[in-house]
Each structure stands twice: as structure tokens, then as C-alpha cells.
Ligand binder design. Sequence first.
Ligand SMILES: [Mg+2]
Length: 123
Amino acid sequence: MRALVVDDSRFIRNYLHSVFAERGVECVEAADGQQGLSCLRSSGPFSVALVDWNMPVMSGIEMLQAARADPAFNATKIVMVTTEAENDHIEAALEAGADEYLVKPFDEAGLFDKLRMAGVEEP
Ligand SMILES: [Mg+2]
């Protein structure tokens, strides 16, 4: 299993990287949506992309829309990451083709629950 983590927060990237590394999941990191799309194109295929909503340069929803417009990434599950305060984003994310959403703050159990619900293969 390979995961792409797209978040402008270094703290979140480091956290997810260490959680995935413990389970032997290879993890590639990007700091905004544009970098995330480049990674999808150049470093894939990924089982899952975890995409933060609020990021500079290109937001998570813009990255999601661009990724879902390209059939090359059909096999990559996309999980949107939002904060509690942005709960109204969830519907928009699912409509735009997100497989699941994860609300910050989350813990390891919450993360893997959502990955299971999104249909991501077990690490
Ligand atoms: Mg952010």
C-alpha cells in the first residue's frame, strides 16, 4: 500500500508519515494541491490520497476535482481531510468524488476506520 499525504501542515504530514511508516506503508508528502497533483502524476500509483481542504496555491477541493477529472487516478481512493468547523464541506467533497472524509482532529483508529470505509486495502 502506498499513500499520498497532501497537507500544508508539516505537523500533520509528519504525524501521518509516522503512523503509516509503523505499518510499513510507503508515504509520499506534498504541501499543497498542485504538488499533490504532480505527485499523483509522477510518483504514483497510490492506494489512497489524504487531502487537506485548506491549503495555499491549490486547495484540496480543487485538487480533488482535477484528480477526479482524470481517469488515470480512478483506482486511487481520495479521502478529504477537514476540520470540524468546515463540516459543510463534506457534502461538496463527496459530490466532487471523494471516497471518504476525515475530520480533524483524528487519531490512528479514526484514520484507519475511514481508510477501511473508503475501501482502501489493509496495510
Ligand atoms: Mg491546511
